[in-house]
Design a protein around this ligand. Structure first.
Ligand SMILES: [Zn+2]
Length: 407
């Protein structure tokens, strides 16, 4: 084993702390999920220095976000309410409705610390990327892609993806120092793999990206009438639309094979946009076995699986990357998936038949007690004809992006 002095392995920053785990575990939609996620990762030895000879892990506690940091996107009115611990028991119904704090986003005990800490956790990934050796940062407690400027939505109380992308944009501004020579403005790609459309993030940058192609958002998701969230931006690219706000909707039963087809569009967009930074929202509610039961995606190992896609990003794409969490309502499967993706990010993928080690939550992993999240037998409704339509619509938008990149 190398010594600390001679260890030049690139670093993967893994954002975690006991506080973050406790506070994230209070989220009503994902009770205790965070505890399962981090405890499984630890029990699989992912946090040990010698786990991988390719990249080394650094456990980094999140910095709680300051009001001003949250206010760089969220409105003061929204923050005044969610950051006030008294709001849980008080606050009139009208205000709660206005701020989206009802139905699937009720105010909850710990909400103010949650917003500060989860917002701060995703911002910490960007701070870590400033270190030359840090190639990749992971925040499985982040990825809340539905939260809006002044509203909670879809189990999301803080727009941590948007905040991280904004911080990344500030980090990547070209230097104004004339002595530092010419510098190209850095480009960032946001890729969202959650079952649901990344409406919060896509809408946040949709307006501004028109004239400034330095940030591209790309969401692969399910879209159908009545399926959350409804948005005109959740559809296939269309002529005249913003080519830097992309969507690839898939139909029910999407399998590894369908994702392998869709992935060709992702690679082509990536190649033409050529980002310096990539932020991936790795929501796992599209995996087979999730209570949403819409897709039939598996964790690995074949082409098109979640693990394969993330492997492509971390091993084949240039630049620095951030991996965020997101949806995933079978907590043991979310823990399995994110532990496996952590091992992929470290350059030493665990075997999918790895047995879940003896630890406090072992019984949650019945009946398989192994790492794999295999596909089920749902029928894939993404016909060859539909996938051709997808490809054709991406042919057009990719040439538009290429044109715009020349300007
Ligand atoms: Zn989701």
């Amino acid at each position: 084993m190398t010594t600390a002095e001679s260890d030049n392995r690139p670093i993967v920053a893994y954002i975690a702390s006991l506080d973050l785990m406790k506070i994230s575990s209070l989220l009503p939609s994902n009770k205790n999920r965070s505890s399962l996620v981090h405890t499984l990762a630890r029990s699989l030895d992912l946090f040990s220095r010698g786990f991988s000879s390719v990249r080394s892990i650094a456990l980094v506690p999140p910095q709680s976000a300051a009001f001003a940091e949250l206010n760089s996107y969220h409105t003061k009115e929204y923050l005044d309410f969610v950051l006030d611990p008294k709001s849980v028991d008080s606050g009139d119904t009208g205000t709660k409705t206005e701020l989206g704090l009802e139905d699937d986003c009720p105010p909850f005990e710990g909400m103010s610390e949650y917003v500060r800490l989860v917002g701060g956790a995703s911002l910490t990934t960007v701070k870590m990327l400033r270190q030359p050796r840090c190639e990749l940062a992971i925040c499985w407690d982040g990825g809340r892609h539905h939260a809006k400027k002044s509203q909670a939505a879809g189990f999301c109380y803080v727009a941590d993806c948007t905040l991280a992308l904004m911080a990344l944009r500030r980090l990547t501004q070209p230097s104004s120092d004339p002595d530092s020579g010419p510098s190209r403005k850095m480009r960032t790609m946001y890729l969202d793999l959650d079952l649901h459309f990344s409406d919060g993030v896509s809408h946040a940058f949709h307006q501004t990206s028109k004239g400034s192609p330095h940030l591209l958002t790309f969401s692969i998701h399910h879209a159908a009438p009545g399926f959350f969230p409804a948005s005109p931006l959740a559809e296939l690219p269309f002529p005249g639309g913003d080519p830097f706000t992309l969507s690839l909707p898939l139909r029910e039963g999407a399998s590894n094979q369908t994702f392998a087809h869709a992935w060709k569009c992702v690679e082509r967009v990536h190649a033409v946009f050529d980002p310096d930074y990539v932020v991936v929202q790795c929501g796992v509610d599209g995996l087979s076995g999730d209570p949403c039961a819409i897709f039939n995606w598996s964790l690995g190992p074949s082409e098109g699986s979640l693990g394969w896609c993330v492997g492509r990003i971390v091993n084949e794409w240039r630049g620095k990357k951030v991996l965020l969490g997101g949806g995933g309502y079978d907590s043991p499967n979310a823990a399995r998936a994110w532990a496996y993706l952590t091992s992929v990010a470290l350059g030493h993928p665990l075997s999918l038949d790895t047995e879940i080690p003896e630890h406090a939550y072992l019984n949650s992993y019945a009946p398989s007690f192994v790492l794999d999240v295999p596909a089920g037998n749902m029928q894939d409704q993404n016909s060859a004809e539909y996938l051709r339509t997808v490809e054709e619509s991406f042919d057009v938008v990719i040439s538009t992006i290429a044109e715009r990149m020349k300007k």
